[in-house]
Design a binder for this molecule. Structure first.
Ligand code: CDP
Length: 236
């Protein structure tokens, strides 16, 4: 049984969040997104010449995305270099952004995206996607929508929003199920859905619903951060 959350949050409550854009002066666009003790910093370069040339597409841009956990982001120093998990996360971020960015408007170009995790307490792929999509908007790339992403899941008998690492590691009874979800909110489109654990069809529906409600709040925060940035820019 998991009747009260370790950090006393309601089951449908997100951790405290912060979002800001334009934080890396030498990138075309950048953003930072923090949710609880998980923080992602994203920087976007391009559209630029495609390298290596053989991955160039005549009718659209290609996205090259790298996710990286900084060594000090986790209690046991993260190893430098890309492991299988980093490659998988880079790929799922790319897949989601392929739906968000209007690549056809930038043929023969490359969009280079770097995401660094400065602190990790679960939900880093979702925080990365949220930060990366804000950074793409900050770079002025043509987009169908921002991506708003959050993990939801089930701990014991309870459907939960925005799991911490301590919750992901819950081992009593049925244990924990973690479902990272990303939406294009204004299109009502899911662009990432993964599942770590076991869950019934009915519970998966509830998890997606609670995830969607959380993502809408993240979406509002993303839009606020971008508006703040562009209104500051027009003043200066
Ligand atoms: O981060 P996310 O939930 O998207 O992916 P995960 O592979 O399910 O990782 C869950 C969490 O495990 C991370 O957010 C970190 O808190 C932790 N982790 C870690 O402590 N050391 C690693 N090398 C990788 C993950």
């Amino acid at each position: 049984m998991y009747t009260e959350r370790f950090d006393k949050r309601n089951f449908n409550e997100l951790r405290p969040m912060e979002a800001e854009t334009g934080i890396v002066p030498n990138a075309k666009g950048s953003a930072r997104f923090r949710i609880g003790n998980t923080e992602a910093v994203a920087a976007v370069y391009g559209p630029e010449e495609v390298k290596p040339r053989h991955i160039e597409k005549a009718d659209r841009a290609v996205i090259l995305c790298k996710y990286d956990m900084l060594p000090f982001s986790v209690p046991d120093r993260a190893k430098p270099g890309m492991d299988r998990r980093d490659i998988e996360i880079s790929q799922v971020i790319t897949n989601a952004l392929n739906r968000a960015i209007i690549l056809e408007e930038m043929p023969r170009a490359m969009i280079n995206i770097r995401v660094y995790i400065t602190q990790a307490d679960a939900g880093t792929r979702c925080a990365s996607l949220t930060a990366a999509s804000m950074a793409c908007a900050d770079a002025g790339l043509p987009m169908r929508d921002l991506v708003a992403a959050v993990a939801a899941g089930k701990i014991g008998d309870s459907v939960c929003l925005d799991l911490t690492k301590e919750e992901e590691d819950f081992h009593e009874g049925e244990g924990a199920t973690d479902v990272p979800i990303a939406f294009l909110p204004s299109k009502n489109e899911i662009v990432l859905l993964q599942l770590d654990g076991r869950v019934s069809k009915e519970d998966l529906k509830k998890i997606v619903e609670i995830g969607k409600e959380g993502a809408m709040k993240i979406y509002e925060l993303e839009k606020k951060a971008l508006k703040r940035r562009f209104s500051n820019e027009s003043k200066s």
